[in-house]
Design a protein around this ligand. Structure first.
Ligand code: ADP
Ligand code: MG
Length: 695
């Protein structure tokens, strides 16, 4: 019988109560859903060890031996049962805290002990172990790898543990092995030497050996990544059928800026990227492009050049920034770059008052504004354009589908879209989170940049850091000092910031110090920033509000307090605030003395390299897929159950290549041999949440 329509309730060993838990906890509705609930690890049950060989408390172990004595310790609720287990040479303690009246074990009888050891007073013990009389151990349980499934608390409480899941699946063995319909074409399976689906789904739960487990995992990862790529690429192809505004002309706006205002020549990478975008703009198709480039690589200038091209062709541009400060900064940058060219640039953020808005709305509707810079506020319905043709999104987070739809509705056709990342993202992430966009990369910094020297100190040595700061200030430089700020804990952090500020005032009694943080009124914040930008103050104490966009070339030292509390890409962003002038710049990372291994590696990475792409890779490796889940959930068409963007880059490349080849021959998946893909995509879309196909 088709397992995809067999209700989980009627699978042997399930019943209504367990089915209910499966549905609520795991969204498992059918037998096939359970089969697609993959184990997260395996325990090697073919291995038996002796007590002397126990190495760590991470792995499950099996030991053959017998119980030599029992003790009951304590009374009433706190009572526990303890036993001494001997493997013939050494002994260890076994402990039960709960339901000890049910522990029925015999002395001096051979048992197989199974469980996770823990260390107490320099000796190993095991809490709530599993003990099976040796003569009753079924040979198949000790033959190989045993699957472990992640469990919710509810599942655990009702005994729906790994053993129970395995046994339910075992009951379906014949149905499974009689064949699960393939989800990949045979040509793909053969070409990439993949395990067939039936074999893979069996071996993922009951692997014959390590190599079949690995082959099964590989096959399922491939399938998962393949369908994500197929969906994204199909989306991209389909969108490229959309007619796009034609912008073939290079006119006076672009020319006069390029010839009269450009303060330097473009880097080779900037030129290349502008050409790529220009080709899109004159293709007649809607552009959807990702612009990647390291901090300071000059993305803003590229954005401006594109906006001028749009203006030359009679179209307006909007630039969306993630924060007000950044939007403000963009406005100032563009205005100063444009000098007195007749290009009108305006700002629209949440703090623009209603009164100021009305004339702005009117000017936008009349087409008098060429470039509108803003935050999410510019998505609002009242914001109407005469002829919006290009939208540039300077972002850190992925733009939601709903927001995108709003943008698209602002003209009779969707405008061209250029997404700029704040810092580089690893290739695997780019291919999945932004897999439906064409990619342009600025892989070259403007000439003459001196790499920032990065040093790591413990907070205890901050006095010597202060000395260094004083020397730099004596040379005429300015300094940023950044304190962490984590939202949920704002008041505490603010106190840290205030204490830090006070300490700096004491340490530098002759200097003037600015302070900005997120809870200040905009007016005060602006005033403090102005004082620093103009050189009136020498030190700027700040929370991460300065993370993006701030540009003060004379500031050449970035001091980051409690750097252990920042992620790698954040640290890299912060460091990008210095090294913009002609002087040698420094980034000083101050942390606690005691650091976790992961934090230490983060600091070492920062010290070792200035290359944003390498940092992004290291970040992905260090944090692993777990921490990226938030991003994954919001950015991926389908959930990843087994593949990892941190470690499965190679499979991802192959899967994308396979998907691209199929779509190249049959973009709409209409041919008979490709029906299998179309059907599977439909099924996946039905079950996927948060995904609307808006094109
Ligand atoms: P990001 O890519 O981080 O947004 P910006 O666009 O802010 O970088 O550029 C960083 C700095 O480099 C700015 O001060 C900008 O004026 C300068 N810059 C950009 N392009 C060039 C270039 N081709 N030559 C010299 N300086 C440049
Ligand atoms: Mg920028």
């Amino acid at each position: 019988m088709d397992l995809s329509i067999r209700d989980i309730t009627y699978c042997k060993g399930v019943g209504t109560r367990r089915a209910d838990i499966f549905r609520k906890e795991l969204k498992v509705q059918t037998a096939l859903d359970l089969l697609r609930y993959y184990p997260y690890k395996y325990i090697d049950r073919s291995r038996f060890i002796s007590i002397a060989d126990i190495e760590d408390d991470e792995t499950y172990i099996q030991i053959k031996g017998e119980i030599t004595e029992f003790h009951t310790i304590g009374i009433g609720k706190g009572q526990r049962l303890s036993a001494t287990f001997s493997d013939g040479r050494h002994t260890m303690e076994l402990v039960w805290f709960r339901q000890i009246q049910y522990v029925k074990l015999l002395l001096h009888t051979p048992y197989l002990l199974f469980g996770k050891p823990s260390r107490f007073n320099h000796a190993w013990n095991m809490v709530h172990p599993e003990l099976t009389p040796l003569e009753k151990v079924r040979p198949e349980t000790t033959q190989g790898l045993e699957a472990s499934y992640s469990m919710t608390e509810k599942m655990r409480q009702s005994g729906l543990n790994s053993k129970a899941i395995r046994s339910i699946l075992l009951n379906m063995k014949d149905d499974i092995l009689s064949g699960i319909p393939e989800t990949l074409g045979m040509d793909v399976v053969n070409h990439f030497h993949l395990m067939g689906l039936t074999e893979a789904l069996w071996n993922i739960h009951f692997p014959k050996d390590t190599s079949s487990m690995q082959r099964a995992r590989e096959r399922l990862k491939f399938e998962e990544l393949f369908y994500i790529q197929l969906q994204l690429l199909r989306q991209m192809h389909r969108r490229e059928q959309n007619a796009g505004f034609l912008m073939p002309k290079v006119g006076t706006f672009f020319h006069s800026f390029y010839c009269d205002c450009l303060p330097f020549s473009l880097t080779g990478a900037q030129k290349r990227v502008v050409h790529e975008i220009q080709d899109d703009l004159k293709s007649g198709r809607q552009m959807n492009r990702l612009l990647q480039g390291d901090v300071g690589s000059g993305k803003t200038l590229v954005a401006l050049l594109c906006a001028l091209l749009a203006a030359d062709n009679g179209y307006q541009t909007c630039i969306m920034a993630p924060t007000e400060i950044l939007a403000q900064q963009h406005l100032e940058t563009l205005k100063s770059l444009l000098k007195d060219l007749p290009v009108r640039v305006e700002l629209l953020t949440g703090s623009v008052t209603k009164k100021q808005r009305e004339p702005l709305h009117e000017a936008l509707r009349m087409g008098d504004v060429h470039i509108l810079i803003g935050t999410h506020a510019l998505l609002e319905d009242e914001v109407e354009f005469a002829n919006l043709g290009l939208c540039i999104i300077d972002e850190q987070h992925r733009f939601g589908v709903a927001q995108r739809a709003k943008l698209w509705a602002k003209n009779i056709r969707p405008p061209h879209i250029l997404v700029m990342t704040a810092t580089p993202i690893p290739r695997t992430l780019a291919m999945t989170l932004y897999g439906d966009l064409r990619v342009s990369v600025i892989d070259e910094l403007p000439p003459g940049r001196k790499p920032v020297h990065t040093l790591h100190y413990s907070l205890e040595r901050r006095r010597s850091v202060y000395q260094f700061m004083q020397q730099q200030i004596d040379l005429g430089r300015q300094i940023y000092v950044v304190f962490p700020l984590i939202k949920e804990n704002e008041s505490l952090d603010l106190k840290d910031l205030q204490n830090g500020y006070n300490e700096l005032c004491e340490a530098f009694p002759t200097l003037r110090i600015s302070m900005v943080h997120g809870q200040m009124k905009n007016r005060d914040k602006d005033e403090q920033m102005r004082r620093f930008t103009s050189g009136e103050t020498q030190i700027l104490v700040a929370t991460t509000v300065i993370e993006v966009g701030v540009n003060v070339p004379n500031a050449s030292v970035m001091v980051i307090m409690n750097a252990e509390r920042f992620g790698l890409s954040q640290l890299h962003q912060l460091r990008g605030r210095v090294g913009r002038g002609a002087d040698q710049s420094y980034c000083l990372l101050l942390t606690r003395v005691e650091l976790t291994k992961e934090t230490r590696q983060r600091m070492e990475t920062m010290v070792a390299t200035n290359d944003g792409f390498r940092i992004a890779e290291a970040d992905l490796q260090l944090r692993g897929p777990g921490d990226l889940e938030g991003t994954q959930q919001s950015g991926l068409p389908f959930e990843l159950k087994i593949a990892s963007l941190a470690t499965d880059g190679q499979i991802l490349e192959l899967a994308r290549q396979a998907a691209a080849e199929i779509l190249e021959k049959d973009p709409l998946l209409q041919e008979e041999i490709n029906r299998i893909y179309k059907r599977r995509l439909d099924t996946l879309r039905e079950t996927a949440v948060n995904w609307a196909d808006i094109s």
